[in-house]
Design a protein around this ligand. Structure first.
Ligand code: PLP
Length: 417
């Protein structure tokens, strides 16, 4: 199918609304994506025509709901090339998925003095769970350095020599847009005997991810960033690893049998999903994957590369603007995802975002839940960020770049570095 952004936009009702009386220009898809009507309708149809609890009903609408929920797991498994849906655990979001790895595998396998290696470009959700666990179990946390917008691989290799038991890193930085070589990083970590978890919150929605090819042990991502509803996320784990783990939340659905003294666990993936599931979330996520596959994930990636090339080319020409991220040069723009953080010299990013809003443009400003990266590595209190998706148009980027001049005017910024 030919990629046609104008046709795609027709599927997204919110893109035809106003913000501050102007046409909404949504440049905050790294925070959450907009939803196509197909996903909205799938959730509505579930509530209108077959709302029922799953797994326990012998009546038609319960069977249909169970099928919808289970089929969505099969779609997720196929989408990321997992072995089967047994490897797909649903939880709330990426954050909860990472906490699940910390509270199951890491809690059950690590002991005092063991090391965990992260990188300096992690989102808080891939830092805080490890800090909590480290405090509790007296583990040693290390961070591979980030330089010039990318992970310093020499430092990563050096820190691997300390033989961490677990390595956890992001696939794509939500601040820098850098795409890490996760296959290589996984191979190096495995050579040193470490388990590998990858935070795929910013990759799965935008590029082909093949967990088998990458070889990682765990991989996390969120539905709401990939056209699906909020409140549902995925933890992929290798079957043989999940099989060995003890569940941490007990209750209905996750058991095979219960006696007054003891119980036995249900099979994967249900062992990790106690209680009534987010049924409409699963159904919505399944529809979102169908939608992405209809467009083609490689077509989406290609579109975003063109958007980044266009945006960087424009921003480079604007006086007084600093763009963060990998210094890749125009010929290597493929190393960047559709996330561009920037600052306007003399303007606080919150003022920038407020003035953008007055033009109908939604961008984000702050530390983007990556305070160590923004404050210590970039050495900034905050940055402004625009991020793209399949429905973003070059004209919208042009409008955003033009608005930088308005920011300078409103804030009376004259001199630039
Ligand atoms: N990791 C990265 C790289 C992210 O960008 C985000 C969200 O922005 C998360 C993790 C957390 O995702 P969620 O809030 O859906 O749990």
């Amino acid at each position: 199918m030919e990629f046609n952004v104008d046709e795609i936009r027709k599927d997204f009702p919110i893109l035809h609304t106003k913000n501050m009386g102007k046409d909404l220009i949504y440049l905050d898809s790294a925070a959450t994506s907009q939803k196509p009507i197909q996903v909205i309708n799938a959730i509505m149809e579930y509530y209108k025509t077959y709302n029922a609890n799953i797994h326990r009903g012998l009546y038609d609408i319960s069977v249909k709901a169970t099928e919808g929920y289970t089929n969505s797991k099969e779609k997720v498994a196929k989408f990321i090339n997992a072995q089967s849906y047994r490897e797909i655990l649903y939880c709330k979001n990426t954050t909860e998925a990472i906490n699940l790895v910390a509270l199951t595998w890491a809690e059950q396998n690590l002991k005092e003095g063991d090391g965990i290696l992260l990188t300096q470009m992690e989102h808080h959700s891939n830092i805080v769970p490890w800090q909590i666990l480290s405090k509790k179990k007296r583990l040693v946390l290390e961070y591979a350095k980030v330089e010039n917008g990318v992970i310093n691989m020499d430092d990563y290799k050096k820190k691997l020599e300390n033989a961490p038991k677990l390595v956890s890193f992001t696939h794509v930085s939500n601040v820098l847009g850098s795409i890490n070589n996760v296959k290589e990083m996984t191979k190096l970590a495995h050579t040193e005997g470490a388990m590998v978890h990858i935070d795929g919150a910013q990759s799965v929605p935008h590029m082909k991810v093949n967990v088998k090819d990458i070889g990682c042990d765990f991989f996390s991502f969120s539905s709401h960033k990939m056209l699906g509803p909020a409140g549902i996320g995925v933890l992929y784990g290798k079957d043989e690893i999940l099989e060995e783990l003890e569940p941490i939340i007990g209750g209905g659905d996750m058991i095979r049998s219960v006696d007054f003294e003891k119980c036995t666990w249900n099979e994967l993936p249900w062992k990790f999903e106690a209680g009534t599931s987010n049924i409409e979330g699963g159904i919505g996520l399944g529809k979102a994957i169908e939608y992405i596959e209809g467009i083609g994930i490689d077509n989406i990636r290609k579109h975003e590369i063109e958007l980044v090339r266009h945006a960087i080319g424009k921003l480079e020409k604007v006086e007084g603007v600093a763009v963060y991220g990998p210094e890749l040069g125009k010929d290597k723009i493929e190393g960047r995802a559709g996330v561009i953080s920037f600052n306007i010299h003399g303007a606080h990013p919150h003022d920038v975002a407020t003035i953008f809003n007055s033009e109908g443009i939604a961008i984000r400003a702050g530390h983007h839940c990556a305070m160590p990266l923004v404050n210590k590595v970039l050495n900034e209190p905050a940055v402004a960020r625009m991020s793209f998706y399949l429905y973003t148009k070059k004209e919208e980027i042009d409008k955003a770049v033009d608005t930088i001049e308005k920011v300078k005017k409103v804030l009376r910024i004259k001199k630039h570095r």
